[in-house]
Design a protein around this ligand. Sequence first.
Ligand code: HXC
Length: 510
Amino acid sequence: MQEIIAQLDRKRAEARLGGGQRRMDAQHAKGKLTARERLDVLLDEGSFEEWDMFVEHRCSDYGMGEQKVPSDGVVTGHGTINGRLVFVFSQDFTVFGGSLSEAHAEKICKVMDQALRVGAPVIGLNDSGGARIQEGVASLGGYAEVFQRNVLASGVVPQISMIMGPCAGGAVYSPAMTDFIFMVKDSANMFVTGPDVVKTVTHETVTAEDLGGATTHSTKSGVADLAFENDIEALLELRRFFDFLPASNREDPPYRPSADPAKRDDYSLDNLVPPDPAKPYNMKELIEKVVDDRDFFELQPNYAGNIIIGLARMEGRTVGIVANQPMVLAGCLDIASSIKAARFVRFCDCFNIPIVTFVDVPGFLPGTSQEYNGIIKHGAKLLFAFAEATVPKVTVITRKAYGGAYVVMSSKHIRGDVNFAWPTAEIAVMGSKGAVEIIFRADIGDPEKIAARTAEYQNRFANPFVAASRGYLDDVIMPHGTRRRIAKALRILRSKQLENPWKKHDNLPL
Ligand code: HXC
């Protein structure tokens, strides 16, 4: 018996060594943790239960028969984050560069299948040289099996990808189909074709970091939701993020009691909107002053800054925040911001997270670049997402709500449940100047007349009361009471029931 136990211990120790001390040292020298060290940081102490530690690949080509490493380049299993169950896989770069073999893929599929059955999120820590080159097509088949599961799990359990090393070629499509992608600066990169292929095909010279590093994807492409400085920061922030998420689409978001009173008024908000309507102000100030404990987990902060998205809590319960940002492009909706917010709204709706929308939008961004690149269909994504969402929707218009953008931003007409406006709100087809130049075109040569007409139009429409008189707003509220009113609205909406007509799935404009 002693010998059998010793054998088990030996086998476990061998598996824990991964690709060996030399390769672990190399990993550390690059400023990266190993696959198992990462799970130690991510999961509650002692909660990780490893599965398939003794799995090995089945390849015999290119001398692979003699090179078997238990676990085969990926550590899989389950654990908890602040007591809540999560399934995980963590690719081990020290074993064949974390490359994906058929067996490696089977291990990932096993945890995904189980997560789906029990209703728990899946977190993948990616650090891989891609398809195991010695295995060829068996590896491609393995990727396909993972992709299929990403699709089936989408909208059923949250899926999060943390890219902590290379992730190239078709391998990028598994993270791409998960709900969130986070990346670590300097060590992570993602691209469909690497710098060498780019050089050959397009003659562009670009580094891996510039082509697909964390900064590129969190500022230029919008592929990544956040970029972190190092492994530790990334994993600790992932723990914080996880606390906002429900375990599955069958559950409500977790409840975390807060000492922040729901009735807390904030009189500084009464001066947030400047007297000059052309002047910007920082919408993040409003968000932070409204949510519990100023705790706002913003996503994509450095991409399409004209819209703000992220998770927060009201009275301890997770809410999704969508807000125009007057400080960037005057808060206009454009292609990038529409896509950014649409995917987030759909995420919230999948997972029963109520949506709070703050509106200050002068309209859609004009220009040939926007039109040629399809603002029509991309803008429609956000409209579609808000209109199909059945979760509680609370909207506050702080200032401008013009034209189509007014309708898009969770208006009453697309099933906003509770719609408020501040007294500073201006809800109209367009701004006064533009409106007057169209309906009083004959007077354009007479600046005095135009000024008088503009003032008249401004008085008539640049307020919330025309919309309120039609019931498009439920109330006009004082800015200082915004937290109190939103909290109350969300409280009454907890028992909301609304279903869309049966369909196989919708046909979102893509
Ligand atoms: C097998 C691999 C491997 C792979 C790396 N290794 N990638 N083994 N299959 N894909 C091994 C190396 O042989 C080496 O083994 C160890 O991992 C570390 O690799 P290095 O090259 O020394 O590391 P580094 O210099 O940090 O470079 C990392 C790298 C590079 C950028 C990832 O290894 C690389 O370019 N690898 C090939 C990437 C690739 O072309 N993959 C296929 C993409 S196509 P030793 O024994 O020396 O430690 C694809 C299709 C997916 O993935 C399709 C899905 C549908």
